[in-house]
Design a protein around this ligand. Sequence first.
Ligand code: NPW
Ligand code: K
Length: 464
Amino acid sequence: MLRAHLVEDVRRAEAAAMARLPDGALMQRAAAGLAAAVLDLLGSAYGSRVLLLVGPGDNGGDALWAGARLAGRGVAVEALLLADRVHEAGLAALVAAGGRATRDLDDLHDAPDLLVDGIVGIGGRPGLRAEAVAALEAYVDVPVVAVDVPSGVDVDTGRLDGPHVRAALTVTFGTHKVAHLVDPASLAVGALHLVDLDLDELGEPAVEALQPDDVRALLPRPGLDAQKYTRGVVGVRAGSDTYPGAALLAVSGANAGLVGMVRYVGPEHVADTVRTAHPEVVGAGRVQAWVVGPGGGDDAATMLAEASQDGVPVVVDADALAHVDEAGADWILTPHAGELAAMLGVERDAVEAAPLRHAREASGRWGCTVLLKGHHTLVAAPDGRVRVTTTGVPWLATAGAGDVLSGVVGALLAAGLEPYDAASVGSWLHGAAATQAAAGGPLTASRVAVHVPQVVRETLAGLG
Ligand SMILES: NC(=O)C1=CN([C@@H]2O[C@H](COP(=O)(O)OP(=O)(O)OC[C@H]3O[C@@H](n4cnc5c(N)ncnc54)[C@H](OP(=O)(O)O)[C@@H]3O)[C@@H](O)[C@H]2O)[C@@H](O)CC1
Ligand SMILES: [K+]
């Protein structure tokens, strides 16, 4: 599991580690890891130029100490000091290693190959000061390696408020931070590299992200004595005269092999189309979970009312979300930002600016799991836990992808996973299937469903 902690937890764990280690040892570990990551990115030390952007705190200290190590390896290192006082020992080490420091942007030599953002770390407030903005604007085309976090983001919430660094690579220390995983800040992180500081006592993570091993452990798999009914039956109530395709897509997600049987209930001519495309799918009967809503249009309210009568877990998506009054504790709501905004009576922009807060709020309000779709989809449980999906590709932002997702999640729910696991594992598989289907190019929602079995296969085999 990839875990992200709040700043106060990081500070507490770092203080405990510092108490048992020699002075400065943690910063040296951080700087060594940072310098190694920068060298990797540069490819070779000799002939390479690096510019450090150095703020007032220990984040700048990390950058200066790493700069000293890089200078020692033959990299031409300059530091632009963006505060009256910077980490003294780090600055002395840089200069002793042959690096050069200045406070004047005009005093810098040729354009660097890389910028190292040591402006602020976990002690920073959102936004950047004018000097930092000017330095970044002077080198807009130069890739940035962020130290710990891209400066300017709100570390504990992932919110943005004012200018911030956009990194190609973020090298973080000890544990991940919320802003690395949660939108919109996660979009500024680039590739993410964790330097282990051997921290104990970090406590419960604020958010976490499933890794292939976690998914493997959670995936339902048939026992030797499996029958179709023991593997679970998922029912889909979706599609309408206006949107027959949504039924097909939801069923294709549900019918990706994760359960023993799929039922479809909907308008007769839609049912015909579904059965033609998926001959395995049968009609009404007992199910262990329902998927309700994709393409439901005006029928969505009835679909939800009928599904709720069975007393089994329900995945509520799309048109059905507007009709959720009271939800069962084992339900999963799967809105995108616009749908969640309508449910909470706020503007869409507000949800997009603070998805973590709104997903938590909705989960608390309806007392069930909420899956909020986005660049990094969030799954919030009513007990406060949050998982972030880091699989997927931007090509996945395409019509019908959400319908497939609801089907996959419903299948996992019917197979017996807890709602929090069903939602987060389903979202992980959906993202991984999209990455595979896209193969570096465009995709359609139907192709995502086709790739789910292969992703499951590779994950079970430990190849994910
Ligand atoms: N602790 C450890 O063991 C280890 C920590 N490590 C490293 O330390 C980092 C944390 O260092 P830190 O605590 O010194 O805070 P940091 O983020 O550098 O800056 C805070 C200063 O910035 C200022 N400031 C605030 N906002 C600002 C803004 N928007 N724009 C400009 N300035 C702003 C604020 O000053 P103020 O304005 O409040 O007077 C304050 O003085 C951490 O991220 C990691 O890199 C590693 O070495 C591993 C071991
Ligand atoms: K930084």
